[in-house]
Design a protein around this ligand. Structure first.
Ligand code: SF4
Length: 495
């Protein structure tokens, strides 16, 4: 699984905002490794630099020093909607109004076709869901609007107020115009977005927005708070201004539960909890729920490791490292067959044979999606002499595709959607397999009353998803002229 994107924004007159943005998106690189970009404003002109590749491949000292300004936004991308090429890289820029505006998006929209039609975009013009939103926002600028009926507004904030209530799905946006930085979360708050401060409390020197709090830490900004679902903040020389864009009945927090399990960095703070501690607790509860006699507990690097530590602590079975990860592997490619996947796993993970040979192993990982990578890891452990392999997973069975900003396969490729537990055990070649229950997963996160999206685990989708969901070939958006959306539950018999 791949996270869709990371977003970052900084308003800091007198600081090197391009360098700060570089550092911020570098800390968010795990959320997207296909392309990177930033938009920088000096108060008159907005300059956008973006390209395919990692943050360090797109930006160097020379590029950064050629980007003076007092505010900037940045983006790292992994595509879930639209093509994977330069044109789809972000930030998206629209040359409207005095200086234009730029937008960066983390998430995935569920009514892109409808938005594109409203924006007057022909099917071939819609590159990404973010393009459709940018186009609609641009149309709300009166001077450039081709639509005489468009609501007359005079700045980006007012355009967002008009457009966003009609945008469905998952979005954490950062935007800028010449002199303002904006951040906004959808009313479900699927994707995280937090606010930080540069300088002391009584004399702030700047403000920062970021998908995850470690991006604040790396630039020396203090964590202030998470943005609320549905909240819009506007930042300028007068400070941070906040408003709720949605009526209370439409604000239903559903933070992606997989941010805790896998996506977010362990040093991130979400719902006031540090993610690493929640992962360790998942392992502790998994040990209570699914004990097994063994010699060694090991985690699959990286995100399986804290849960493995928790499992070991709770069970009293020693923890040890069994797999070493090559940290210099960037993107892993989608390999066509099992042998190629096995090779990919070998490039990435190497077994510590002294810790494995002759041992009864408890192997803790965060999730199983297709199962092909897990199968390759188990094969590697067997080849290294493991006597037994007991697999423990710190998320419940992944049975449904995600439509809210995570790249997942179609349902017929999800192992837990197509096989029973004994069949999965045989497929993976393990002696036993257990998944944490959804109740224990939420108990480990320990945020009573907080709302989560768990649709990929339960099939309960908090926001309707596109109607043309072919359960064998996967989701597609409705073609033009067809009814745009319907509740997934209605589209799927037996849900
Ligand atoms: S469906 Fe799963 S991966 Fe997607 S937002 Fe919901 S919890 Fe996260």
């Amino acid at each position: 699984m791949k996270e869709a994107c990371g977003v970052f924004g900084v308003y800091a007159p007198g600081r090197a905002v391009a360098q700060l943005t570089f550092d911020g998106i570098y800390a968010l690189q795990h959320r997207g490794q296909e392309s990177a970009g930033m938009a920088v404003s000096d108060g008159e002109t907005i300059t956008v630099v973006k390209d395919m590749g990692l943050v360090t491949a797109v930006f160097d000292e020379r590029t950064l020093s050629s980007l003076p300004g007092h505010l900037a936004i940045g983006h790292t991308r992994y595509s879930t909607h639209g093509s994977s090429d330069w044109a789809a890289a972000q930030p998206v820029y629209r040359p409207v109004g005095r200086s234009g505006f730029a937008l960066g998006h983390n998430g995935n929209l569920t009514n892109t076709t409808e938005l594109a039609e409203r924006a007057g975009m022909l099917p071939g013009m819609v590159g990404t869901d973010s393009d459709a939103v940018a186009e609609l926002v641009a149309r709300e600028y009166p001077l450039d609007s081709p639509d005489p009926d468009a609501v007359a507004v005079d700045d980006l904030r007012d355009a967002l107020r008009v457009v966003l209530p009609g945008v469905k799905g998952a979005f954490s946006f950062v935007l800028l115009d010449a002199n303002h930085l904006y951040g906004v979360r959808d009313p479900q708050g699927f994707r995280p977005l937090c606010l930080g401060r540069l300088g002391p409390v009584d004399r702030p020197e700047g403000w920062v927005l970021a998908s995850e709090s470690p991006a604040l830490d790396v630039i020396g900004a203090a964590f202030v708070r998470e943005l609320e679902p549905g909240e819009l903040v506007v930042i300028d020389e007068t400070g941070v201004h906040s408003e709720q864009l949605y009526p209370p009945e439409q604000v239903e927090p559903h933070l992606c539960i997989f941010e805790f399990v896998y996506f977010a960095r362990p040093d991130s703070k979400l719902y006031g909890r540090e993610v690493h501690g929640t992962r360790r607790r998942m392992g502790e509860l998994l040990a209570e729920q699914a004990p097994v006699d063994a010699d060694l507990v090991m985690g699959v690097p990286d995100s399986g490791v804290p849960a493995a530590e928790g499992y070991a602590r709770q069970s009293g079975i020693p923890y040890g490292q069994g797999l070493v990860k090559n940290r210099y592997i960037g993107r892993t490619f989608i390999d066509p067959d099992q042998q190629a996947r096995m090779n990919a796993v070998r490039r990435k993970l190497n077994p510590l044979r002294d810790n494995i040979a002759g041992k009864r192993l408890i192997v803790v990982d965060d999730s199983i999606v297709r199962g092909t990578t897990t199968q390759a890891i188990v094969g590697m452990l067997r080849d290294s002499g493991a006597a037994e392999v007991h697999l423990r997973i710190s998320s419940p069975p992944f049975q449904w595709p995600c439509f809210y900003g995570i790249d997942t396969p179609n349902r017929d490729e999800l192992l837990a959607a197509t096989k029973s537990l004994p069949e999965i055990e045989r497929f993976l070649g393990v002696d036993s397999l257990a998944y944490i229950t959804i109740e224990n997963l939420k108990a480990a996160i320990d945020t009573p009353g907080a709302g989560f999206c768990d649709a990929c685990l339960t099939g309960r989708y908090p926001v309707p998803v596109p109607v043309f969901i072919n359960r064998t070939s996967g989701p597609e958006e409705a073609p033009h002229g067809a009814p745009p959306v319907v509740a997934l539950q209605a589209a799927l018999p037996g849900v």
